[in-house]
Write a protein that binds this ligand. Sequence first.
Ligand SMILES: *[C@@H]1O[C@H](CO)[C@@H](O)[C@H](O)[C@H]1NC(C)=O
Ligand SMILES: *[C@@H]1O[C@H](CO)[C@@H](O)[C@H](O)[C@H]1NC(C)=O
Ligand SMILES: *[C@@H]1O[C@H](CO)[C@@H](O)[C@H](O)[C@H]1NC(C)=O
Length: 430
Amino acid sequence: MLLSGILGLLATADVVRAANSWIVPGAAWQSTSGTKIDAHGGMVMKRGDTFYWVGQSASHNEQPYMYTSTDLLNWTPAKNPQNAIQYMWRPKFAKPNGSFWIYGQVDRNVQALKSSTLTDNYAVAGSKVTLPPSGYTYSDTGMFMDDDQTWYLLTSADHNNVQINRLNSDGAIGDRVNVLAKGAYEAPGLFKVDGIYFLVVSGKTGWRSNPNQMFWTDKLAGGSWNGPYSIAPDAEKTYNSQNTFELTVTGSKKTTYVYMGDSWDSKGGPDSNYVWLPMTVDSKGKKVSLEYHAQWKLDVATGEVVLPSVKRRYEASEAVVQGGARVGRRGVIGLSSDSKITFRNVTGLGGRQWVQLHYRVADREAGEVHVIVNDGPAVNVSSLNHRAGYHDVVPVELGLREGAVNTIMVGATGNEDAGIVVEGIEVVED
Ligand SMILES: *[C@@H]1O[C@H](CO)[C@@H](O)[C@H](O)[C@H]1NC(C)=O
Ligand SMILES: *[C@@H]1O[C@H](CO)[C@@H](O)[C@H](O)[C@H]1NC(C)=O
Ligand SMILES: *[C@@H]1O[C@H](CO)[C@@H](O)[C@H](O)[C@H]1NC(C)=O
């Protein structure tokens, strides 16, 4: 065999996909088929030991796409597309009777789909409807199942109200049980803790993120809403995301509530990612706050949050620094187009691996950081993780060779006004 052939095989083996080990808010998230997960404005439902994720496929005319998982990390595409429907926004599952249903927005009306199986063969069920009782058109869809197994459809009407309607057992949209009319909100999600209903909503700012808010009530049917309350520091704009659903995971030791948000690109397109974060919920004090982690996962058996613990750190001050950048008090400062930082002999496990880039950018308009692994192409960090420049720890998934043989170069586009400070990198090994 030709040497080049062998090297080619090795190069392919180099980047064989290992299973996903982490939920990484803002990062591109790959399915078990190696495709980017494409299910935005979605929802996750658990049945048995399996989680089912439905969302709109930005690269397939907003058809409802589905994925299944048993660990919330590794998602296998279901047979897609699910049906003939296109341009259905924010599809959500429900099971008001023996059939499986998807409800979403089509032409600012509610369209229902129905199937006898959860992941396949959905067909249009009935015609599009405006919202009873007022016949409002609407934008976003949410879904909630109460303890008594009654399903509720949440909608944000174009009339600036968030409306909650019961789903009847024939799948029809039933009575309006509550409405939030306290401003311009959309993207509603509802969850219940110790008898308190927490409603999470976004402001209306198109594809740009805003500080999402929480309202609460102790009575779903007719109760009045208290709020708004912040769920994260306002300046973080919900960590660059917009709410879509709140998932409750009940484990043997703990119940964890997960905020599921979309990290939209500039037009809600295929570059959009996801921001999932555990929430701290204080049902007595009526507080909900997102617990920010650059990288985390949930032990779905115990319900506990797990963070990476095995990391190898490389300091920028000990790397090879070339060009105008120089070692400052807290790392390498002044990174711009004319300079680069090269980390040599970085140990890899062989395959795709998370590398946390520890850096800050004072002015994101003035400069952008990229990485080059083993003389490969330059890749902008923002194309791997939407948190690039917005947070001091940005995990990116890179293909590393096995052993202390990798070279990771960190460079930038832009000038010194960007105020880029690189502290170092941490290669995650668990
Ligand atoms: C659920 O309701 C729909 C609409 O009335 C009906 O077509 C379907 O057969 C029902 N499913 C079951 C399993 O009862
Ligand atoms: C990376 O970002 C810079 C702007 O900061 C842009 O000029 C360049 O085209 C981007 N590179 C890629 C590969 O997208
Ligand atoms: C770094 O790795 C190269 C092989 O890529 C090797 O030749 C060199 O000895 C290593 N240096 C150290 C300090 O381990």
